[in-house]
Design a protein around this ligand. Structure first.
Ligand code: BES
Ligand code: MG
Ligand code: ZN
Length: 498
């Protein structure tokens, strides 16, 4: 996809589709810009008949009879003082779906005077590319999909390239994450996940280390390996590293839950638990590997980034975990497994201990950890737990920039009592109420206290059953954009004019 700017004169423009962003406000004056190609009174009348007020996402399209210009799509952008990058993404996604099936040039006329040019351009690019993504890998005879290839921003004075150049690497990272999550569990096995991570490391010059069962056992990862025991497939512990050319000032770690299938184990998922969806229990690892792909290509300076996934399956066989087993994690803590379906935290325990040994400045983990988080926040908002004010703030700001829903949740230490075991140091499951909080408190037991750490529960956001702004239904690739924004754009202020 190519993004460039052009003069606004529609008469001489050689594209066929124009998307016009209309603010909620004085519609008549805004429509002056279209006077060249369509009669204003007619436009006004149609908009009036349709009760078009310019709210975000309101849409109205017109077929035109000019030589080249075939279609005009008017899309609402809401109130100017409320217009942020995410409003642009939402509106542009809706307009983009209206133009699906066209691989031609699309022109945009947005009220550039109210939006920071390069932020708007990046938001438009991301929205076009991500909202028109379709996964056809598993069809025997896939239909051809046409996605807009050329984007021209009409009447935009000048755009700075820094943010524009991020569009393609970031979107490729999101698409990779969507493909990893969308792939079925008979194809995306722990070994295949490791292979894909290796491919990424070769393409983008990342260091790669893949540990097998024996090597993990040598490191004492009894918690992670206990989950893997019930599967015929080999566990793979994945560690990629991005290092800049000159020594970095900061070292950060991203950890992702990587259950390529979660049957629940002997606490088998039954009834409403939707076992058939549990291929997406590796959504955290997909976000982390997607971010690795993007960061590898963006090659930011000053920051070293580690990507860690303890990948395996939660299955049932004669050597699987029994409910009631007591196991030992790599920091020496003993865990009573009172529920084999609370397996993600068992794999993350050893991954977090490993992450802390790298002595990073901060650690963020992403995990499809609890059904309780889905109930609390739905499919558009992930839960964020952190006792570091600074890290929590950084992540909240990054998520606000990308438009990925993220809401800080309480790390209520008194709920730790719910994890008390009669026999071991801790049990893996607390009471049903507050289940995503006790899950976060369980993870905390495996993180060195002095290292700022945040946990993001993406059980709700990693998949959606509805078309959701820039996410078509299916795997969302949630987390990639926020992780990349957090790692790479801390220094870029995100301002909207006015
Ligand atoms: N992978 C699930 C969590 C999940 C649920 C993800 C729904 C996506 C959608 C996790 O391993 C799990 O089974 N959690 C249990 C924990 C419980 C046994 C304490 C849950 O949330 O039911
Ligand atoms: Mg489970
Ligand atoms: Zn799980």
């Amino acid at each position: 996809m190519q993004i460039s700017q052009k003069s606004i004169s529609l008469k001489n423009w050689d594209g066929s589709i124009v998307i016009f962003g209309l603010l909620n406000g004085d519609i008549e004056t805004q429509l002056e810009l279209l006077a060249d190609v369509i009669e204003k009174d007619y436009l006004l009348q149609v908009l009036k008949d349709q009760n078009f007020g310019g709210e975000v996402g309101e849409i109205c399209s017109f077929n035109l009879t000019q030589d080249k210009l075939m279609k005009l799509v008017i899309i609402g952008l809401g109130k100017p003082e409320k217009l942020l990058a995410d409003g642009i993404r939402q509106a542009t996604s809706i307009a983009a779906r209206e133009c699906l099936g066209s691989s031609e040039k699309i022109g945009f006329i947005y009220p550039w005077e109210v939006i920071d040019y390069s932020i708007a351009a990046k938001a438009i690019g991301e929205a076009i590319r991500l909202s028109t993504f379709k996964d056809l890998r598993f069809r025997s005879n896939p239909e051809e999909i046409k996605r807009p290839e050329k984007i021209e921003l009409l009447g935009l004075p000048q755009i700075e390239n820094t943010l524009i150049n991020q569009i393609s690497p970031i979107c490729a990272g999101v698409e990779l994450a969507r493909e990893l999550v969308g792939a079925p569990p008979n194809i995306l096995t722990p070994s295949e996940l490791a292979n894909q991570a290796l491919e990424i490391s070769k393409e983008f010059k990342l260091e790669a280390k893949i540990l097998n069962r024996k090597q993990c056992a040598e490191k004492g990862m009894g918690s992670y390996l206990a989950v893997a025991k019930g599967s015929d497939l080999e566990p793979k512990f994945i560690h990629l590293t991005y290092k800049p050319n000159s020594p970095a000032q900061k070292k950060i770690v991203m950890v992702g839950k990587g259950l390529t299938f979660d049957s629940g184990g002997y606490n088998l998922k039954v009834g409403a638990a939707q076992i058939e969806k549990m291929k997406y229990d590796m959504g955290g690892s997909a976000a982390v590997i997607g971010a690795a792909r993007a960061i590898g290509e963006l090659a930011p300076e000053n920051i070293e980034v580690h990507f860690i996934v303890a990948a395996c399956e939660n299955m049932i066989n004669g050597s699987a975990l029994h409910p009631g087993d007591i196991i030992t994690a790599s920091n020496g803590k003993t865990i009573e497994v009172n529920n084999t379906d609370a397996e993600g935290r068992l794999t993350l325990a050893d991954a977090l201990v490993y992450a802390c040994k790298l002595e990073p400045d901060s650690i963020v983990d992403l995990a499809t950890l609890t059904g309780a988080c889905v109930i609390a926040l739905g499919d558009e908002i992930a839960g964020l737990w952190s006792e570091s004010e600074e890290l929590a703030k950084e992540l909240e700001i990054a998520a606000e920039h990308t438009g990925e829903g993220l809401w800080r949740m309480p790390m209520r230490n008194s709920y730790r009592k719910g994890l008390k075991s009669m026999l071991a140091d801790i049990k893996n499951t607390g009471p049903r109420a507050g289940g995503s909080i006790t899950a976060a408190l369980f993870l905390k037991e495996f993180v060195t206290e002095s290292i700022p750490w945040a946990h993001i529960d993406i059980a709700g956001t990693c998949w959606t059953d509805k078309d959701n702004g820039i996410n078509p239904s299916g795997a969302t690739g949630y987390g990639v954009r926020t992780l990349v924004e957090w790692a790479c754009n801390k220094a870029i202020p995100h301002t909207i004019k006015n």
